[in-house]
Design a protein around this ligand. Structure first.
Ligand code: FAD
Length: 513
């Protein structure tokens, strides 16, 4: 692991047992895996890609990568690792699209399963009333969108970026601007097929094996590998009116966001972002958006200011909707944004949902992504904003800073996903890119120090924050994160993955010896 050279990388050693590096355990693992009869195959060399992820800060080389052709390949491999039990300390990690941030889909000297290789089942749609699609969990959301649109259908809830796998986002939650209405992606799943840490293949849903179903949703890959998911669909719109407006006062901005997520006559997508000291902000928008009033917009200056952008969208079908603009005007008239900053655009539904793909940073050797995602209860959001935006964080040049509220009432109950204890809470995503070699404000050290200050502030003020895409190092921190849900989480681990074989990169449980 390159972490030995760089203290800013994650530290595996706390979880590595001495046996990992001994030649005898290496040979045992290697030889025993070689004997497996599979429809797909295991690869033991050129595995560097499996030791990389979007975060680009953790690099744990596995012993092998499994390219499964069938669910039984996954089941046989895990069963084998389970049966040799404590003779080895082999672990197994499902790797979706590898867009984790801190090595969560990696397994040091273990087996990484390339989920995108699992092409079965082929996507199977049920149309008519209550439509759904059955997909392989290694499928990318962008492919599901493209295939469902051919039938005039689409999933209801998304992530901002669609080149992620179903299994990867369901292991977290899958949150975007539709979550206020439909809940996160884990709400819009009706059934799963899961291979547990003992190698059993189990179908689960609200009605069947509900404990496993709830555990796996938001379960950080701890209880099983999702191999198939049944995703609820709805009639897809064709076009989207995409709108941005600015605020200079956080309370007015957040009041408007909270109003929009609480009324029926509202937008279909509600997000927002913060910009701090951005030069020519509105000018930059002009490539994709049109100002409602170009003259007033050109006089607006963003320099040196903390501004809050409400980003909203209304879906429609031009063949059946003729009053979309009037409808939008009515909703906008109830908001209190700076009138000169109204920018509008019209795009296809696919262009809208796939909007982040064009700007996604490539996996570059010298760029890392020390992202921080927080969930903050509504009652403390003003305090958070006052302390963080413009004080701890004095500019947003290192990457976007998203902020939007969601309704907990729309969240499925009993899943492993942890949220703050309030009916409405905000997702705040600090999506920074860092130059590994820089010692300046764009450097990893600076950004990590800033994140630490934000986390310290949350802790000192007991603000009720929960991390999304959580990243902790010690069991105590994990217990704290899960709070009253810890007992159920630990019980499910001992039921479904008693040897702690699965998803070692989350660093929650230690492999049983
Ligand atoms: P991986 O990184 O491959 O895996 C993530 C974790 O899930 C690992 O622990 C892995 O072992 C486990 N896992 C993977 N597949 C399976 C499976 N089939 N069964 C069980 N466990 C599995 N999240 C949001 O909620 N909303 C967003 O808008 C959003 N936008 C993003 C934009 C970008 C550019 C990036 C990089 C990430 C974004 N994320 C967002 C976070 C993203 O949802 C998670 O990082 C997700 O885990 C990535 O999916 P993946 O397929 O790359 O998973």
């Amino acid at each position: 692991c390159s972490s030995n050279k760089n203290k800013l990388c994650c530290n595996y050693h706390q979880f590595a047992t001495p046996a990992v590096s001994t030649p005898s355990s290496f040979s045992l693992n290697y030889l025993s895996l070689k004997q497996l009869q599979l429809e797909g195959y295991l690869k033991f060399d050129n595995l560097e890609h499996a030791a990389k992820d979007f975060g680009n800060r953790c690099h744990f080389l596995p012993l092998a990568v499994l390219y499964p052709k069938s669910v039984s390949d996954i089941s046989s491999t895990i069963k084998h690792v389970f049966e040799i039990g404590s003779k080895t300390d082999l672990t197994v990690a499902a790797r979706g699209h590898g867009h984790s941030l801190e090595g969560q889909a990696q397994a040091y000297q273990g087996v990484v399963i390339s989920m995108e290789s699992l092409q079965t089942p082929a996507m199977k749609f049920k149309t008519g009333e209550l439509p759904y699609v059955d997909v392989s969990a290694g499928e990318l959301w962008i492919n599901i969108l493209k295939e469902s649109l051919k039938l005039g259908l689409a999933p209801k809830s998304w992530t901002d970026y669609l080149h992620l796998t179903v299994g990867g986002t369901l292991s977290n939650a899958g949150i975007s601007g539709q979550a206020f209405r439909h809940g996160p992606q884990i709400n819009n799943v009706q059934q799963l097929e899961v291979v547990t840490g003992k190698g059993e293949v189990i179908t689960c849903s609200e009605e069947q094996n509900a404990d496993l179903f709830h555990g796996v949703l938001g379960g950080l890959g701890q209880f099983g590998i999702i191999t198939r998911a049944r995703i609820a669909l709805e009639t897809a719109p064709k076009q989207v009116k995409w709108i941005r407006v600015l605020y200079s006062d956080f309370s007015i901005f957040s009041n408007d966001q909270e109003h929009l997520i609480s009324t029926q006559d509202t937008f279909d997508y509600i997000e927002g972002f913060v910009t701090i000291n951005q030069t020519g902000l509105l000018n930059n928008w002009r490539s994709a958006f049109n100002p409602k009033d170009p003259v007033l917009a050109s006089n607006f200056s963003s320099e040196g200011r903390v501004l809050f952008c409400l980003e909203i969208a209304k879906y429609f079908n031009p063949e059946v909707t003729d009053s979309i603009d009037q409808n939008i005007d009515v909703i906008l008239s109830k908001l209190n944004y700076i009138r000169s900053t109204l920018f509008l655009s019209e795009v296809s539904y696919t262009e809208f949902l796939d909007r982040v793909h064009v700007s996604e940073m490539k996996l570059q050797e010298n760029v890392s992504h020390p992202w921080l995602n927080l969930l903050i209860p509504k009652s403390r959001i003003l305090e958070f904003a006052q302390q963080v935006f413009g004080k701890i964080l004095t500019d947003t040049s290192n990457g976007p800073l998203l902020i939007y509220p969601v309704n907990k009432s729309k969240w499925r109950k009993g899943t492993s996903m942890v949220t703050p204890d309030e009916d409405v809470f905000y997702l705040i995503a600090f999506l920074s890119s860092a130059m590994s070699s820089s010692t300046g404000n764009d450097g990893l050290r600076h950004i990590l120090a800033q994140s630490k200050r934000i986390l310290n502030f949350c802790e000192e003020t007991n603000i009720g924050m929960k991390q999304y895409l959580p990243n902790y190092k010690t069991k105590e921190e994990w217990k704290d994160h899960f709070g009253h849900q810890w007992e159920a989480f630990a019980r499910r681990k001992s039921t479904y993955d008693p040897l702690a074989i699965l998803a070692p990169g989350q660093r929650i449980f230690r492999r049983a010896e």
